[in-house]
Write a protein that binds this ligand. Structure first.
Ligand SMILES: [Zn+2]
Length: 278
């Protein structure tokens, strides 16, 4: 069933145990398992709960409903021999499924990681337990509560007249790709402080007129990307070689390879291109 007309409704408490077919978002490290059989228009696996248990899936967690079908996140500890599903890197999933499924997969990955990473208390080391009606894990010994973690980061399109500041990060898998600058918010910072610090630290450029653009959940592993535009104020490009291999000003008719659609980086670059054309 295509999801375009269906909404994902988040919920914490699963419906009464049944054997209806349900979507299983199955993860192993940075991979998600997809079903390539042709009869499914979408490739998120659809299984009954007893089939999922036979596959020895662990940490099965109810996420909510797509239409009248339940959704679960789960963990496959290793590629199980009986499994006819194929693991792919979660970052390439968006090329394979409808965008709304990609969004649910991102949510599933973050709930899944939280379930896996907070099994033990960060303060005293004892086991934690899920609380019934919300996504929170509570320490059985000291009662410390752990919620799914979200790490805010700013992502910034810096514009100087008819040019945009783009950089190639040292960790980019594609050595030809450039993108706009981004970095995590530090304790005590406002988002505007973070924008100014990141741009200055990575490229030596000072910015002014910082404006909010939009935000995007980015489940790699748990970011909330908060997009801004900013104008060049002063400075020459001096890169921080620990983070950036190359940075430069580009005009809209001379852009290098940039990130795919569905990324806020691309939306900000497209905003710059439209602005230049008008
Ligand atoms: Zn504890």
């Amino acid at each position: 069933m295509a999801m375009t007309d269906l909404e994902f409704e988040k919920a914490v408490l699963p419906p009464k145990a049944g054997q209806e077919m349900a979507y299983f978002f199955i993860f192993c490290d940075n991979s998600i398992f997809i079903d390539e059989r042709e009869e499914y228009q979408v490739s998120i696996p659809i299984l009954k709960m007893d089939e999922a248990l036979k596959l020895k899936l662990e940490d099965i967690c109810f996420l909510g409903m797509i239409g009248d079908r339940s959704c679960y996140s789960s963990h496959a500890p290793a590629l199980n021999k009986g499994i006819s599903l194929k693991p792919i890197n979660i970052r390439v999933l968006f090329e394979k499924v409808d965008f709304p499924f990609w969004k649910v997969a991102g949510y599933a990955k973050q709930i899944h990681d939280w379930n896996l990473n907070f099994k033990y208390c960060g303060r005293c080391g004892q086991k934690t337990e899920r609380k019934g009606d919300e996504h929170v894990r509570i320490c059985s010994n000291c009662s410390l509560m752990s919620y799914p973690r979200i790490s805010p980061a700013t992502i910034i399109a810096v514009v100087k007249e008819n040019q945009i500041l783009l950089a190639r990060g040292v960790n980019f898998p594609n050595k030809k790709m450039f993108s706009i600058l981004a970095g995590f918010v530090e304790p005590d910072e406002t988002l505007e402080d973070c924008v100014k610090r990141e741009v200055f630290e990575e490229t030596g450029i000072i910015v002014k007129n910082i404006r909010y653009f939009k935000s995007q959940s980015w489940p790699f592993p748990d970011s909330l990307m908060i997009g801004f535009t900013a104008e060049y104020k002063s400075g020459e490009i001096v890169i921080d070689k620990k983070e950036i291999e190359e940075a430069s000003w580009f005009s809209s008719d001379n852009l290098p390879l940039v990130p795919n659609q569905y990324t806020i980086a691309r939306e900000l670059i497209d905003w710059f291109v439209e602005r230049s054309d008008s």
